[in-house]
Design a protein around this ligand. Structure first.
Ligand SMILES: [Zn+2]
Length: 300
């Protein structure tokens, strides 16, 4: 299906390239409008690539991250916009230090929700993707991303909420993207075992077994997007300060990923349309004809 609109809400620049990236690339390539909304500027992200931790990068990190984001969006073939909030940083230590003043996670929910509602009412997405209630990983901005997305899903459709933020628009579905699927790593491990080679992510997998269950139980929707994995990896590498090109993300060869696990995983969190689970399309159940004609009328 083409001519539909997908909005992917993310906490930081680079999250769009590591969570559901191949899915957005696929929907864009198939003729849909895909908009990545980045809630914060990623100002407090550490430089994770030793090769980029140099003067000229460190002292202009905000601009560098904007350039990296623009390159990644180009590679994925998606539109991207900033919501303009300030990265909260990942607090570390025991006890945890307080969050920095003015950061995204401390902005009243009402305020950040209104900002996202405004964008939703303008772009009018049929589907939104965001993170689950745990944020995918426990960064305060990721958890806030979940809260803001879910509040905005409800509020954008309600004419009584934020009447100054545009005409109401009812998003049809909201998904959580689930990147950390244990079963996926297990299958890779088995393939390495068969080849008699050492699995480069064995340590990860071992830790995982003891720490948490598999999110696969929550997955409702798998999107086949292996053809877009090269774009996903290139987009990630475009975030050169954030991604170590020798890191574990790139350890498993692309061809093996495309053969053994060519999908990305999502959980249908809210829907205003009827659909049948399991799904293989984020837009399934959405009345394409009605949607398309409505869109044409408004773009005349
Ligand atoms: Zn992030």
């Amino acid at each position: 299906m083409s001519g539909l609109r997908l909005m992917a809400v993310h906490a930081h620049p680079d999250d769009e390239s590591s969570k559901g990236a191949a899915t957005t690339a696929r929907y864009a390539a198939e003729g849909n409008d895909v908009l990545v909304v980045t809630l914060t500027g990623g100002e407090r992200g550490d430089i994770l690539n030793p090769a980029m931790d140099v003067p000229g990068v460190r002292d202009r990190i905000s601009e560098v991250r904007k350039e990296e984001m623009a390159a990644a969006a180009r590679i994925l073939g998606v539109e991207q916009m900033w919501l303009g909030f300030v990265d909260s940083g990942l607090p570390e230590g025991d006890p945890l230090p307080p969050l920095p003043e003015g950061c995204f996670a401390l902005v009243p929910l009402e305020e950040s929700t209104e900002a996202l509602v405004r964008v939703i009412r303008e772009f009018r997405p049929h589907v939104i993707t965001t993170y689950d209630e745990n944020g995918g990983y426990p960064h305060p901005d990721h958890i806030r991303c979940h809260e803001v997305s879910m509040a905005a899903y409800e509020a954008a459709a309600d004419p009584e909420q934020f009447p100054d933020a545009g005409e109401p628009w009812a998003v049809q579905k909201v998904y959580y993207s689930h990147g950390f699927i244990r079963k996926r790593l297990q299958l890779f491990q088995e393939e390495y075992d068969r080849r008699g080679e050492e699995f480069p992510m064995a340590e990860w997998l071992k830790k995982w077994k003891t720490e948490q269950g598999d999110l696969m139980a929550r997955v409702t929707t798998q999107i086949t997007c292996g053809d877009y994995f090269p774009q996903r990896d290139d987009a990630l590498r475009a975030h050169a300060t954030q991604i170590d090109p020798n890191g574990s993300f790139f350890a498993v060869p692309l061809e093996m990923q495309q053969k053994i696990w060519p999908t990305e995983e999502f959980e249908l969190a809210k829907t205003r349309v009827r659909t049948a689970i399991p799904e293989n399309d984020l837009f399934s159940g959405i009345d394409h004809v009605g949607v398309a004609s409505g869109h044409q009328e408004e773009t005349k």
